[in-house]
Design a protein around this ligand. Structure first.
Ligand SMILES: Cc1cc2nc3c(=O)[nH]c(=O)nc-3n(C[C@H](O)[C@H](O)[C@H](O)COP(=O)(O)O)c2cc1C
Length: 261
């Protein structure tokens, strides 16, 4: 048993406030190598990582990602891209069609999904690597918003779609807030097949979350609402979720439909 790894997984938490200390080159190089040890479908590594070092681009990203200013202040900013561009061009322009004797088809939604899996799994290796190197990190889900502007800012071709983003660096101070809660494993692990859960089960599943939100006085309807009401009101029906859905539809359509030269 590797106790250190177990401890690392138990203690990982999102970090949103970073020390000004720069990340040393050797540490960053190590993090890159560890990141790339992630498993990858067919070992084709269908992702790229845009490493944002330009403060002006970090600032712009922070605006595009729902005005999260911590992005502009983060020492490390990596955007993980689901990348079929590299392989598609290599196969198409590198002569594979002629040598193999069949056309290179337009990438489809299955390719998209596989590239996404590669990119996101790699992103999480980066999160764990950062942790092991004494840093902390936070995912930024809003990277899939504002696709047209994001695409221009990061120079993304149609077959390189935003998949995930992490910001990382050394912690400013020792974390004091309690760890975030998780429901018990029995609610997520469904033996030998899916089991639909009733609202009553969900209430039980998220009982502790609800208690802690109630204690903070943040549930809707004068604090009488459920945790589902909170999620529905603050996230699911928010403008940023509408924008995420619009933006993701644009990049998925472009991926599948755009005629390649
Ligand atoms: C896909 C994804 C997107 C996320 N996006 C954001 C974000 O935009 N801003 C943010 O502050 N945290 C973001 N987070 C961090 C979550 O809020 C955090 O993981 C969750 O509250 C659990 O906290 P913990 O990571 O400290 O355990 C994101 C996490 C994931 C996995």
């Amino acid at each position: 048993m590797n106790e250190e790894t177990i401890k690392l997984l138990e203690k990982r938490r999102s970090l949103r406030s970073f020390s000004d200390a720069p990340i040393e080159k050797e540490v960053l190089d190590k993090m890159k190598r560890l990141t790339l040890r992630a498993p990858s479908a067919g070992n084709m590594n269908m992702f790229s990582i845009v490493e944002v070092t330009d403060p002006a681009i970090k600032k712009e990203l922070s605006v595009l990602c729902d005005n999260q200013l911590m992005i502009a202040k983060a020492p490390g900013v990596w955007v993980f891209v689901a990348d079929m561009e590299r392989w598609y061009n290599w196969m198409k322009k590198g002569g594979s069609e002629e040598r193999i004797g069949k056309p290179v088809r337009q990438p489809g939604i299955g390719d998209f999904h596989l590239c996404m899996q590669d990119a996101i799994i790699t992103a999480h290796n980066a999160v764990i690597a950062a942790e092991a190197l004494g840093m902390g990190s936070c995912y930024i889900g809003d990277v899939i918003e504002n696709y047209e502007k994001m695409q221009k800012l990061l120079n993304l071709p149609s077959l390189a779609a935003p998949a995930a983003m992490i910001i990382f660096g050394y912690p400013k101070a020792e974390a004091t807030a309690p760890m975030t809660l998780r429901p018990e494993p029995e609610y997520f692990f469904m033996e030998n097949g899916y089991r639909v859960q009733t609202p009553e089960e969900c209430l039980k599943m998220y009982e502790k979350h609800e208690d802690s939100y109630r204690a903070r006085g943040v549930l809707p309807n004068n604090n009488t609402g459920t945790y589902a009401d909170y999620y529905f009101n603050r996230k699911y029906s928010s403008e940023f979720m509408d924008e995420m859905n619009r933006s993701a539809e644009v990049f998925i359509r472009r991926w599948c439909e755009e005629e390649k030269k």
